[in-house]
Design a binder for this molecule. Sequence first.
Ligand SMILES: Nc1nc2c(ncn2[C@@H]2O[C@H](COP(=O)(O)OP(=O)(O)OP(=O)(O)O)[C@@H](O)[C@H]2O)c(=O)[nH]1
Length: 184
Amino acid sequence: MAAKQKRIALMGFRSVGKSSVTIQFIEKQFVDSYDPTIENTFHKNLKIKGQEYALEVVDTAGQDEYSILPQSYYISVDGYVLVYSVNSRKSFDVIKIVYDKLLDMKGSSNIPVVLVGNKNDLQNDRVVSVDEGKKLASEWNVKFLETSAKEYQTVNEVFIQIVSAIERAEGGGTPEKPGGCSIS
Ligand SMILES: Nc1nc2c(ncn2[C@@H]2O[C@H](COP(=O)(O)OP(=O)(O)OP(=O)(O)O)[C@@H](O)[C@H]2O)c(=O)[nH]1
């Protein structure tokens, strides 16, 4: 079976860990230093229940409440991983604004999205509760995950879930559950 090509964009406020989540997924590495991203694209294949996916992962430059999203983010992206960090209230507020901008531009609420609360290893610095993340995701009717790029927690699951969300939006029959997934 031919690999299905899917383009995924990670979006969110500066420094929430978009690059770190991406690099953990692609290279299984964590880099402690902070180097603001302009925009990077990575490729990785992921197999879910026998179906091969050729993923193009776009690690975007961080957005804030004033950012104008480039048109390329609306047109050619199949699914969005919207990231905030659990130790930043501002990043939680910004992710809602980013989502609203996507809705406006796409003109539909049926956008494949996964909401991700990163840095959940920083429990002492947490300012956004798990319940708040869950509540927002349920308002949007999307999956919610907390991750730690630092401790490699739940990072693969993010990409499995976004591929599943894309398939659901396209009317495909991809598994909801991660079982049977392999990454190459
Ligand atoms: N403790 C902890 N630190 C993290 C985690 N993920 C990222 N960081 C750190 O947070 C900082 C920012 O991470 P980046 O991955 O560069 O964040 P980004 O969202 O890509 O940032 P921009 O490129 O500015 O948009 C870096 O110092 C990372 O090491 C995490 O899960 N836990």
